[in-house]
Write a new protein. Structure first.
Length: 275
């Protein structure tokens, strides 16, 4: 018997699964993979790569040598299971085809995601677009969801390939091992992309630090130029009788001295490549 249900329809299969499974499904106490004498119970939070902004949706699979049931949290996961589920001559092949279809496009999706991150990196480093920081945060969150998703599938397939209750034949077990290796590669790709996003964030932060240093250098140059001029202002601003006050060219001399000091400072800073 094969059936796809929503959580609120689980009573329809009450006669076909044991009391333990019913209670754990209803109470949400299922581990990622549970192997029992006559059946296996799988649970994972499906991450929709076509709508990464959506929250993960739980899918539970209960199968024995005669029955297989898919129990979905919402309509979105229900439609996904309906799309991927194909009846076959054996339950183990149905499970294989379901998971194979589930991760079929994931490699292409991760490659596209990596290309988007590369483009974002170019924008960050060449144009310093601050709005791109929101993209980095989005990538980090999505990759975290993908990491959790593939970790769940890893645990499920570790249990399936161990095949403690022999519900999977030796011939089919070879194909499950292939799927297990594929999920391992997807998980490794996600970790690599996460490291890449971290490098992009660090490179952007370094670029921001360089821009801030350049800005501080400009302020330092301006302050250094006005420092001797401030000294002159303070000197001639003293309430004392100075000889220069009676000199007819005193005002012109102070102006010329200020201009000369400014030019000398600019020449020194230019030679030291401060600007």
């Amino acid at each position: 018997m094969e059936k796809i249900l929503l959580f609120n329809e689980i009573e329809q299969i009450e006669k076909h699964i044991d009391k333990y499974s019913m209670e754990h499904i209803i109470n949400g106490q299922i581990g990622k993979f549970e192997s029992h004498a006559r059946f296996n119970l799988l649970s994972f939070d499906w991450h929709d790569i076509d709508a990464p902004q959506e929250l993960p949706s739980q899918i539970i699979i209960h199968f024995s040598d005669r029955n297989i049931f898919f129990i979905c949290e919402n309509e979105r996961s229900f439609e996904k299971v309906h799309k991927l589920f194909k009846k076959d001559d054996s339950i183990e092949k149905m499970i294989y085809n379901f998971f194979a279809g589930l991760i079929k496009e994931d490699t292409n999706y991760l490659e596209t995601l990596e290309e988007e991150i590369t483009e974002t990196e170019d924008d960050l480093l060449t144009n310093s677009k601050k709005e791109c920081t929101k993209e980095i945060i989005r990538y980090r969150r999505e990759l975290l969801q993908l990491k959790k998703y593939y970790e769940q599938l890893n645990r499920i397939f570790e249990g399936l390939v161990q095949n403690e209750n022999n519900l999977i034949s030796e011939d089919s077990l070879r194909y499950f091992n292939i799927l297990d290796s594929r999920i391992d590669r997807l998980f490794s790709n996600v970790l690599n992309i996460r490291d890449y996003v971290t490098q992009v964030r660090e490179a952007y932060q370094a670029q921001i630090d360089i821009e801030q240093n350049n800005l501080m250098r400009v302020f330092t140059v301006i302050t250094s130029i006005f420092l001797p001029l401030t000294l002159i202002v303070g000197w001639y601003g003293m309430n004392l009788q100075m000889p220069e006050f009676s000199w007819q060219h005193g005002y012109t001399f102070v102006i010329g001295l200020s201009i000369l000091i400014t030019i000398i400072c600019l020449i020194i800073f230019k030679r030291k490549k401060w600007f």
